[in-house]
Structure formats: C-alpha cells, structure tokens
Design a binder for this molecule. Sequence first.
Ligand SMILES: NC(=O)c1ccc[n+]([C@@H]2O[C@H](COP(=O)([O-])OP(=O)(O)OC[C@H]3O[C@@H](n4cnc5c(N)ncnc54)[C@H](O)[C@@H]3O)[C@@H](O)[C@H]2O)c1
Length: 366
Amino acid sequence: MTETIGVNGNAARRSHGFGIVGAGVISSIHADAIASIPNAALVAVTDIEPERAKALAASHDCAAEPDLDALLARDDIDVVSVCVPSGIHAEVGIRAAAAGKHLVVEKPIDVTLEAADRLISAARTAGVIMTVISQHRFDQGLLELRDLLDAGQLGRLVLGEASTKWYRSQGYYDSAAWRGTWALDGGSLMNQGIHYLDLLLWCMGPVAEVTALFSTQTHQIEVEDAALAVLRFRSGAVGTLVASTAIFPGFAQRLEVSGTGGSVVIEDGEMIRCELSADSAEPGLRGSLNARSSEPSAAAATPAGLAFASHAAQISDLLDAIDDGRAPAVTGDDGRAAVQIVCAVYQSAREARTVRLPEAPHVRVN
Ligand SMILES: NC(=O)c1ccc[n+]([C@@H]2O[C@H](COP(=O)([O-])OP(=O)(O)OC[C@H]3O[C@@H](n4cnc5c(N)ncnc54)[C@H](O)[C@@H]3O)[C@@H](O)[C@H]2O)c1
C-alpha cells in the first residue's frame, strides 16, 4: 500500500495492508490490534482449516484466502502476521519473506536455534523487517523500568528474577495436536515463560551460563510443565527463572530487578514496587506503585484472557521501523536470544550440568 495518512497530527505515515496466517487463539488479538492502528488495515487471513479463516474474516471484515500462496500473492498486503504453531514459524515466515512481506512473528521465533537462524537469514536476504512478538516490553511498568535502567538509577545490576506460575488444564494441551510437543511447541518455558524471560534478558543483558532442571508433573504431555534455572549474566549479575503451567489457579507473572541503586518489582506489566536508594526519604513512592489489584491477569488461568493494546504498540513500532528504515524495538535477534536460553535450560536439565553460552554475541541482522 502506498497511500499516506496523518496520525495524531504527526507527519503522514504510509498505510500498511496486513495478512494473518493461522486463525487460532492468538489471531484475533492480531486482528484487533491491527484494527486499532490508524495506518494499518487487515486485508486477508488464511488457515489450513478454511472454516477458521472464514470465521476470522467474517468477524473482522476482510478476505479469507484459500492458502498461503494466495495470501502472499496479494500486492495489497505488505506485512504478514505469523500466528501458526511455534514449530512452523520459520517455515511460514521464510515463504512470506521470500514474497517480500515484512513480518510480525509470534513468540517464540521458532523452537530451535537452527530454525531461528534460517528465518533471520531469510528476512535479511529479502530485505524485509521482522519483529518477534514480546508484547510485554510495551506494558506500562516495563516502560517505566526501562527508563530507570537507561538513566542508570538502579546502579550496577546484582540480581534479576523472572517467574511465570500459570495454570493450564489438560484440556488446553488436548485442544490442538501441536500443543505440548517438543517439535512444535516446547514446554512451559518455551511457550509461556518466554515472555518474562525476554523481559529479564532485556533488563539484565546477555547470559553467560545456565544451570537448570525441569519436570512434567501434572499433565499428560511430552514436554515439561515446570522449569527452573539459575543464571549467571555476562555482567557478573545472577538470576533465577521459573516457568510452570501446573500451578493452580495461576499467579501474576513477576519480574524483579535489583541493583546497587535499588530494586523494582513488576507484576503483570505493572510496577508494584520501586525502591531507589536516591529516594530513601520516600521509599516506594515512584512509578505506578502499589496500585494493582490482587487479581492476576486472566492469562494466568486461560490463554484466551489477553488484551491487545501491547500487541498494537509493538505492531505500530514495526510500521514506524518500516517507514523510517530502522530496526524495530524487538528484533529477530532478540527472539533468537530468548530461544537460545530456553534451549540452554533444556540442555542443562537433560545433561544435569551447567551450560555455558557461546562468548561471541550473535551478529545483529535486522
Ligand atoms: N503473544 C502471546 O501472548 C501469545 C498467546 C497465545 C499464543 N501465542 C503464539 O501464537 C502461536 C499460535 O498459537 P495459538 O494459541 O493461536 O494456536 P492455535 O492452535 O489456536 O492456532 C494456530 C492456527 O494455525 C493454523 N495452522 C497450522 N498450520 C498452518 C499452516 N501451515 N498454514 C496456515 N495455518 C496453519 C491452525 O489450523 C490453527 O488454526 C504460537 O506460536 C503461540 O506461542 C502467543
């Protein structure tokens, strides 16, 4: 699409046409997010189950294409949201990139580093821009924490902890054949815990070594429903990671970051505590503090309990990145970095040893 429109009185922005591949649970969040962005429009959806594509198209007033090739052939689509099962993100994303489409890839980028690398390389070769969904980076509390970190107000970081203690029923895993498999999903860390793992990496920086264990305790699935790890960051700081789908009834996702200058606690995207040594006269009185209700987000208990605002913020950022010729806030390399730690956790747990991450940082490619 080449039409330009004004947004909030700012310079005119190009208008972008979207296609969604995969019309399951997360697709309506993408459709609602796209509908909320002034310079975006949902043009068409597709799914290997045609009835799902037709239902999504009907509810969002767009076309249902019979297959991926038909969707990719449309020249009124320049951005594709990849909302298929995790283990085929690269396969679908590579075909979309080869067709010249920019990419919004759901998390995780894929379930292996090899697949992640193929997708990152395909996007680079095609000259398209890719973002991997990590919508919680755009939650208010994370934006406030990022500002504190960028201003150096937490000092030298000491300890970072990310925890996702959620509940998923056996019915959730039985609802689709790909769920709970190593090849297409991964377990509670690859699927659910990766959100706050990405936030932990975003705040604490790269990881040097991982020591982990996992178990499958309450579900009939091949993957883990509880994963725990201790981390040493390259900076010398240390950390912990917990992800489970076996914790009834499901609690708020939690991130704690402590440095020599103070500590911040995030729950479900809100900063619930901030103690800065520079503010010691008024401990706890910064940011959106102590304001949250005691109820965790609905996503703690069901995957359908998500709001779309943070997806909209991330997709909007991708459109600005396309228009301005810059990298998006969350890159393919960021998605790869999170999967690299998940794979290291799984390797450490399987081999009952500490796994050291490669020294050389992955080269940024978009
Ligand atoms: N960001 C988030 O908070 C969030 C939340 C839920 C799911 N997700 C991610 O979204 C992805 C999809 O999850 P879901 O819960 O929507 O799954 P789902 O099973 O509900 O939907 C996946 C859809 O993809 C379709 N599909 C499968 N193979 C396809 C192909 N080759 N071409 C076209 N369509 C195909 C299926 O028929 C299905 O309708 C996963 O990677 C998951 O991790 C992200």
